[in-house]
Design a protein around this ligand. Structure first.
Ligand SMILES: C[S@@+](CC[C@H](N)C(=O)[O-])C[C@H]1O[C@@H](n2cnc3c(N)ncnc32)[C@H](O)[C@@H]1O
Length: 225
């Protein structure tokens, strides 16, 4: 690609496509979230905004049914499908390209909708409201989402999230939003700091160093990093 013409979205994809995960989290926290569910009742699940779906292996190990991952970026879905094939999971696990805002599924199709670090891209309440009709009666939704821990935040941090297109709210606000969207909350917990630092920012910083040298002198790449 021409260095001068590179777009931020290409840089975001290039940064994240080789990472194990595209957002903060860990296998332990995925397993912890699963521990609150009656997994025996789950025969069909979706992972929305799945990225390359590092959590898919744990989901596939813990659930007996089929799981479909959905993401808007074809390169991420290709990796998910290749990994499913490599692990012999292709009959139960598949990925499709699509929009979380306009789901290409049947109403009432899922026992579980899973989504780590993606719903803030479309709005927490808006996303949950749209997704609700795709759940069976007594189905579950499990979402991880960046939240404010306090009511007051430094302007710089607020600007960072707003520039990233994420409207953040407090945990309490999101619990109320979840109830307004028709759900009864079962459990809420926060991620340990290493989920952000060791598991996401550190590997991401390494790939950004590579980008900086690959696109040396490119203003878009420098501003992005
Ligand atoms: C921060 S990443 C999280 C990826 C993955 N869930 C994980 O835990 O590593 C957010 C993902 O949501 C996807 N995404 C954002 N907006 C979307 C939309 N409107 N429809 C489908 N996918 C979307 C992005 O492409 C990206 O892969």
């Amino acid at each position: 690609m021409d260095n001068e013409q590179i777009q931020v979205i290409d840089l975001i994809i290039e940064t994240h496509i080789g990472l194990e995960r595209q957002d903060p989290g860990s296998h332990e926290m995925t397993a912890k979230a699963l521990s609150f569910l009656d997994t025996r009742s789950i025969s069909r699940a979706a992972d929305l905004g799945c990225g390359t779906a590092s959590q898919m292996i744990i989901l596939a190990d813990s659930l007996h049914g089929s799981i479909v991952g959905l993401d808007q970026i074809p390169g991420f879905i290709d990796i998910l499908n290749a990994n499913a094939l490599k692990r012999g999971l292709q009959d139960r696990v598949s990925g499709i390209v699509g929009s979380m805002e306009n789901l290409p599924f049947q109403k009432g199709e899922f026992d579980l909708i899973w989504s780590e670090g993606a719903i803030d891209a479309i709005g927490f309440e808006k996303g949950l409201t749209h997704w609700n009709s795709f759940l069976k009666m007594n189905g579950y939704v499990a979402v991880a989402c960046p939240c404010w821990f306090t009511d007051e935040h430094p302007d710089e941090v607020e600007r960072f999230w707003s520039d990233a297109g994420s409207g953040l709210d407090t945990i309490e606000h999101n619990i109320s939003a979840m109830q307004r969207a028709g759900y009864a909350p079962i459990a809420v917990f926060t991620l340990p700091e290493q989920c952000w630092t060791d598991n996401y920012f550190a590997p991401r910083a390494e790939t950004e160093k590579v980008l900086l040298s690959k696109y040396a002198g490119n203003k878009t790449a420098e501003a992005y990093v």
